[in-house]
Ligand binder design. Sequence first.
Ligand code: ATP
Ligand code: MG
Ligand code: ZN
Length: 248
Amino acid sequence: MSGKGGVGKSSIAVMLAQILAHDGRKVGLLDVDICGPSVPSLLKIEAQPVMDSQWGWKPIVSPQGNIKTLSVGSLLSSGSQAVVWRGPRKTALIRRMIKDTLWGRLDDLVIDTPPGTSDEHLTIIKLLASTKPDGAVIITAPQKMSAGVVSREIRFCQKMGLPILGIIENLSGFCCPCCSEVSQVFSSGAGKYLAEKYSIPFLGSLPIDPSMSSVQQRGLSMKEEHPHSGVSEAMSHIKRRVIEAVEN
Ligand SMILES: Nc1ncnc2c1ncn2[C@@H]1O[C@H](COP(=O)(O)OP(=O)(O)OP(=O)(O)O)[C@@H](O)[C@H]1O
Ligand SMILES: [Mg+2]
Ligand SMILES: [Zn+2]
């Protein structure tokens, strides 16, 4: 989750799912961003329809075969169709995506959310309350200016009784494709600042990596394509911290 748009929530949700699946865990990836779903394009499954059965929707299996996923983007006939849905319909749709979908046994269910604190967030938190979700992973940009909107997201989770597993700072410096040196492009430190302010774990930071867009356009995994990149190494560290936070 993040109060801010475009900070990498979807990219990180997908990478976390891929890296957990790479470890042999059974992973589900649910995209509840109704207005701007991006998981189908990040996994390159836009053309695949969701099959219905008498027991509910069948999640789409990622091309690599290791992630079960469901997104509103896949439930619409055309991926580019704009959806303007109001509260009750959104709630009903998200409820079906959780309760009437054949997820099967999963070790982890990663959920990608839209920016802010919308109907989608309220619905998902209420639906999952009885199952005691492990918690939220908060994403921030490095600039201190982002801290305000991200703070609101943190306070929202606290108010809703949703545990926070920790915070990730994304777009934190530029990782040179030639020598892997990281240079600071923006002011930085919002992640650590927020972690200290709210006493939540700092999970790590991810640099800006120019190879990410081509990997995403091909629906591939950073971990598989560029295992030694700054982003892949940071994600491995973040995955371990997330698992630690869940176990604690
Ligand atoms: N570490 C990174 N290095 C390079 N590009 C990145 C990085 N993180 C995210 N991006 C790019 O930034 C853009 C926004 O990322 P993404 O869609 O994951 O953000 P989001 O928070 O899910 O956005 P929204 O609020 O619209 O849902 C994408 O084009 C993605 O490829
Ligand atoms: Mg997104
Ligand atoms: Zn260089």
